[in-house]
Ligand binder design. Structure first.
Ligand code: 9D3
Length: 231
């Protein structure tokens, strides 16, 4: 998969893309990132990317011209991939595992990181295919949201994760939270691991885990529990 990112803070991405699964995915050739500094696409020597809103109001907006220039240049080189243009913004659909899975099927995506109070509406109308938010809290810009989206998508690309952590076992797949986990030692500071997990009785362990997962989901995420797969 090819991921183009248009941002005024390209350097924010280096540490995140240079570590863990996202780094491994690049080394394995499963994903390639192209970071584009939005200021490189401004026509003026001040490299200005924002301006005041028509009609008044506080705060600045992102100018349309640099964004159009950036996206059009990327498209002119990669049209054959039919890339989807995704804007990270507070007004978008809230990111879910389903959305991440759908995006993971794309050959190429172009991520636009919003900033300031928002972007000129003509960008949305003409360039953007999909708007995504990562949740109902206020971020400073779209960069961290883009990184969250990238993380959720890249780990779904075929061959990125080993079979060990294969995807079916993950939380949210059956709309259940995970059961409690324990590792060694069996007794840590006089805190014991539940007896059943040491019993070697795999049927009993499975039943215990399922019960714990259901209990947790009911207590913490009643919204998920309603949809849960109650075996
Ligand atoms: C005061 C009104 N705010 C709109 C809800 C203004 C505003 C807040 C934050 C405008 C832009 C931003 C910057 N945030 C993002 O670009 C953003 C975001 C977020 O703030 N929360 C969750 N997901 C996302 S994706 C992009």
């Amino acid at each position: 998969m090819r991921i183009d990112i248009v941002t005024i803070f390209p350097k924010m991405f280096s540490p995140v893309f240079g570590a863990s699964i996202i780094r491994i995915a690049q080394v394995k050739g499963k994903v390639k990132f192209y970071l584009h500094d939005l200021r490189d696409y401004t026509p003026d020597k001040h490299r200005k990317v924002d301006d005041r809103p028509f009609g008044g109001g506080s705060g600045m907006l992102m100018r349309p011209e640099p964004i159009f220039n950036a996206v059009e240049e990327i498209l002119s080189k990669t049209k054959k991939n039919k890339p989807k243009v995704i804007l990270l913004c507070p007004q978008g659909r809230k990111l879910t595992q389903k959305i991440a899975k759908d995006i993971a099927k794309e050959k190429q995506i172009i991520l636009l990181c919003g900033h300031y109070e928002g972007i000129d509406e003509r960008v949305r109308k003409e360039l953007v295919d999909q708007e995504i938010s990562i949740g109902d809290y206020v971020l400073t810009g779209g960069e961290l949201a883009a990184m969250v989206l990238v993380d959720s998508v890249v780990r779904l690309l075929p061959g990125v994760l080993g079979d060990k952590n294969s995807l079916n076992f993950e939380s949210f797949e059956g709309n259940l939270l995970e059961h409690p986990h324990y590792t060694r030692p069996a007794n840590f500071r006089n805190l014991a691991v539940p007896e059943v997990l040491l019993s070697g009785d795999h049927k009993k362990i499975e039943a215990w885990r399922k019960k714990q997962a259901l209990k947790r989901t009911q207590e913490r995420r009643p919204d998920l529990f309603k949809k849960a797969d109650l075996g």
